[in-house]
Design a protein around this ligand. Structure first.
Ligand code: 26Q
Length: 817
């Protein structure tokens, strides 16, 4: 392992202020008097970047010269969040920054708030990639993150008068981006289309158009590790500014068409996170970034070599495929090895097989990517040939492994019939070395259900790596109050590098004074969030109510409808006098969610939540005891404010549907109690924090399966639970649509006749757990004791631990520290 440079930056705040002044002058061209907070933000960010420069360059040299295998994390999404505070923390410059900025006459928070959050991801998968590259750098693992620098990230959400979601383009690069460094000299050419011809017995691809991939590099500083890795995001540009042949007066618009087409590739992030879009542009994006990244890795590890010995490639780098989105990289590496470097098929196959590993993030069959073969053939004809040959080889291999013809047929990578299609998950499973799920339950279900035939025959490829989250961003930056208390309790701040140390807090849960301090931190966080909610959205939030949060993409399987139906049922109980208003535990119920723009049911659910909030919040009978808020445009910044303030977290997906979840980990670490089903990582969270410190309800995976098998009839639950009936009747009757019975009719009809994710079947159990929750909440000392035990026992959910598991189980690079 390479030695690390000194972790702490020795610079004084005076010197740092001078550096910021210098940047103001030479980068911004303003005097400190003229400078705005945005100027200071750019100047300070540039100054921090300069501090990291030596470590960055050294890390890159070490990566090429050292003999530790590097990791290339290939991901269509990196949901990074704002950079400045994180870079300051990891560079050890936080104090200097705060002092220097004050000296210049600015409030540090205003400066930080000048940064626009890059939203280059949809949700869990993209944020996981960001946590992983933070941990890779913090653990000193040589690594590249490879992805796309979308011009427009995930849409900016607004709500219209009716409470419906409206999507707006998120032009995050409208202002200067001091973090991204465009490196024109390290561009790559990515080609598409055309045909394959035979020349001297060789297959030769003659593409008909190409785009230029330009890397934009982001520093990824490790926490006090002295290591700064690189996130390399590719931007698509055209080669031809103008097509001169076509350039005459009448064809001016046509002349710029190729340019427009090329630049479209990195223009926009697809906002669907659970259904296949099957669009040509999406495949272009996938090939664009994987092709550029593979060529980049060859250039990095064999600099200046015309005839590199690529049989050593898998010793230099291992590519982790973040879901199927980069799987087209597999035939691409085969093509590069065979067509560009002249290796024979078998050698190329061995190299490719050793280089790739695949992480699956779903259990929903509709989310597994399947590309029509003719679309691949049109865009990437040589790749289609290679995929077909891989499929032939696979079929032949299977015949040696099993006599079960039906099974062999089921396992085809390229399906038969007159509309053949390529199953990307199967291609990745066969062609790579390892396949992993993202939580124990998920990995087991992958083996038992989704990839059953594969695990029968290739069991040793399968493993689990439970997800994790970075404690730097999600504890230290998001929750400074708790961080100080943890450090006080443990007598060290080393927990930020070794989160298992949190277990040292377990005995302190018996110390009432410590528990009260913990409760006080939570209360302060609630006050801070109330201020944030007032300032950002104009909400009046009472910090003396229970903060009950559900934040995640809006999806039927995640069951936001279960939560909103319970809120409505409680409202109905109060209105009908069944429940006295004095007996209601005051709650602030907080939703945050974006829906895919074309997902009708999800969008209708957003509208329902907004209108339930409108009606209940304004009903004088409720006396402010229930307050529902739905901060628009939920993002990483909102998460960082909200999670530390939350007391009760909702993780109520149907068992067997949520692969892992990662906000559940962030909540537990920040001392929220979870109400949840036995799904995804909830299972492991409950096992670690203790069944007494987790509100479990609902059907298990087996019970769900049995119910599907026996024929599920949701109407039965509607008829048998009067509270459920009252709630659904309220929605159907127009209480939340100004008397209009049509608005939510599609939702109501779905609940009563389909209810694919069994919201109704779990409703009674979900209600029953509420009284336990409220009884415990009435005893604040006991509640906070359990909350503290959640924090103390969640160290396992650090993404550092996930990365260590990948190193051991998948990448086989040996221990690093
Ligand atoms: C695929 C094809 C075309 C267009 C878009 C997509 C696409 C994009 C994003 C498909 C899926 C996603 C994102 C999936 C995702 O975020 N999954 C979540 O991953 C988390 C990290 O492992 C898990 O914790 C969640 O359980 C899982 O839902």
């Amino acid at each position: 392992m390479t030695e690390m440079t000194a972790p702490k930056s020795p610079i004084s705040s005076k010197d740092f202020a001078d550096e910021v002044r210098e940047q103001l002058k030479y980068t911004q061209g303003v005097t400190p008097e003229q400078a705005t907070a945005a100027d200071v933000y750019v100047a300070a960010s540039t100054a921090v970047r300069r501090h990291l420069m030596d470590s960055w360059m050294k890390t890159q040299q070490d990566m090429v010269n050292g003999n530790t295998k590097a990791v290339g994390y290939l991901s269509a999404e990196f949901l990074m969040g704002r950079q400045l505070r994180n870079a300051l923390l990891n560079a050890g410059l936080t104090e200097q920054f705060n002092e220097a900025v004050k000296e210049l006459g600015f409030d540090p928070q205003d400066v930080v708030d000048a940064e626009y959050e890059p939203g280059l991801g949809n949700g869990g998968l993209g944020r996981l990639a960001a946590c992983f590259i933070d941990s890779l750098a913090s653990l000193g693992v040589p690594a590249f993150g490879y992805g796309i620098q979308y011009k427009y990230g995930i849409f900016r959400q607004e709500f219209d008068e009716e409470g419906r979601q409206v999507e707006h383009p998120d032009y995050w690069l409208a202002n200067e981006d001091p973090w991204g460094h465009v490196d024109y000299g390290r561009d790559q050419k990515v080609s598409f289309g055309g045909k394959v011809v035979e020349e001297d017995g060789k297959r030769v691809w003659q593409p008909d158009w190409s785009v230029r991939a330009i890397p934009v590099d982001y520093m990824v500083p490790g926490y006090e590790s002295g290591r700064v890795n690189t996130l390399r995001l590719w931007q698509a540009r055209s080669y031809d500014e103008f097509d001169l042949l076509a350039f005459n007066k009448s064809e001016y618009m046509e002349a710029v068409e190729p340019q427009v087409k090329a630049e479209n590739i990195s223009k926009i992030l697809y906002p669907e996170d659970s259904t296949q879009v099957g669009k040509e542009l999406r495949l272009e994006q996938q090939y664009f970034f994987t092709c550029a990244s593979i060529h980049d890795a060859i250039r990095v590890f064999y600099p200046g070599e015309d005839k590199p010995d690529l049989t050593t490639f898998p010793d230099k780098i291992t590519f982790q495929l973040n879901d199927t989105h980069p799987v087209i990289g597999i035939p691409e590496l085969m093509r590069v090895l065979i067509d560009e470097y002249g290796y024979d098929w078998d050698t190329a196959w061995t190299i490719t097989n050793k280089t790739f590993n695949y992480t699956c993030h779903t259990l929903l069959p509709e989310a597994l990517e399947v590309w029509p073969a003719d679309l691949i053939g049109k865009l990437l004809p040589r790749h289609l040939e290679i995929i077909e040959k891989i499929n032939d080889q696979f079929m032949a291999e299977l015949k040696t492994l099993t006599k079960d013809e039906a099974k062999i047929e089921r396992m085809r990578i390229v399906t038969g019939g007159d509309k053949p299609a390529v199953r990307m998950a199967y291609l990745a499973t066969y062609a790579g070395s390892h396949v992993n799920g993202v939580a124990e339950l998920h990995s087991q279900l992958l083996k038992d259900v989704t990839l059953r035939d594969f695990s029968d025959l290739y069991d040793s490829k399968f493993t689990n790596v439970t997800n994790g989250v970075t404690p730097r961003r999600f504890v230290k930056l998001a929750n400074p109050g708790l961080s100080d208390l943890i450090t006080e309790g443990l007598g060290t701040d080393k927990w930020l590098e070794d989160l298992d140390l949190l277990e040292g807090l377990v005995p302190l849960a018996q110390d009432d004074e410590f528990v009260k301090k913990f409760a006080e931190v939570k209360h302060q966080n609630k006050v801070s969030f109330s201020n944030f909610a007032k300032k950002e959205y104009g909400y009046d939030v009472d910090p003396n109510t229970m903060f009950n949060t559900m934040i995640k993409r809006l999806h039927e399987y995640k069951r936001q409808s279960l939560k909103i139906l319970e809120v409505i049922a409680q409202y109905a109980d109060i209105k009908s006098g069944k429940v006295k208003i004095e007996d209601v535990t005051p709650r602030t119920i907080i939703f945050g969610a974006k829906s895919a723009p074309g997902y009708y049911m999800a969008k209708l659910t957003i509208q329902l939540i907004n209108n339930v909030a409108r009606v209940i919040n304004n009903d004088p009978d409720i006396k402010g005891k229930l307050n529902i808020i739905f901060p628009v445009n939920y993002n990483i910044r909102v998460a960082q404010n909200l999670i530390p303030a939350t007391e009760l977290d909702e993780q109520i997906s149907q068992a067997g549907k949520e692969a892992s979840g990662t906000s559940n980990m962030k909540f537990a670490l920040n001392g929220a109690l979870t109400v949840g089903t036995l799904d995804g990582a909830n299972v492991e969270i409950r096992a670690r924090v203790g069944a007494d410190n987790f509100f479990l309800f609902g059907m298990t995976v087996d019970e769900v399966e049995a119910m599907y098998a026996n024929g599920y009839n949701p109407a039965k639950y509607y008829e048998s639970d009067p509270r459920l009936k009252a709630a659904i009747d309220m929605v159907a009757g127009g209480t939340f649509s100004n008397g209009d019975r049509n608005t939510y009719a599609p939702l109501v009809s779905d609940w009563l006749t389909k209810d694919w994710f069994m919201t109704l079947a779990d409703f009674t159990a979900y209600h029953d757990i509420q009284s336990q929750i409220e009884t415990l909440y009435a005893d604040q000392l006991e509640w906070n004791r359990k909350a503290l035990l959640n924090t103390a026992n969640s160290g396992y959910f650090s993404s550092d631990r996930s990365i260590e598991d990948y190193l051991e189980r998948v990448w086989m690079t040996g221990p690093l520290k």
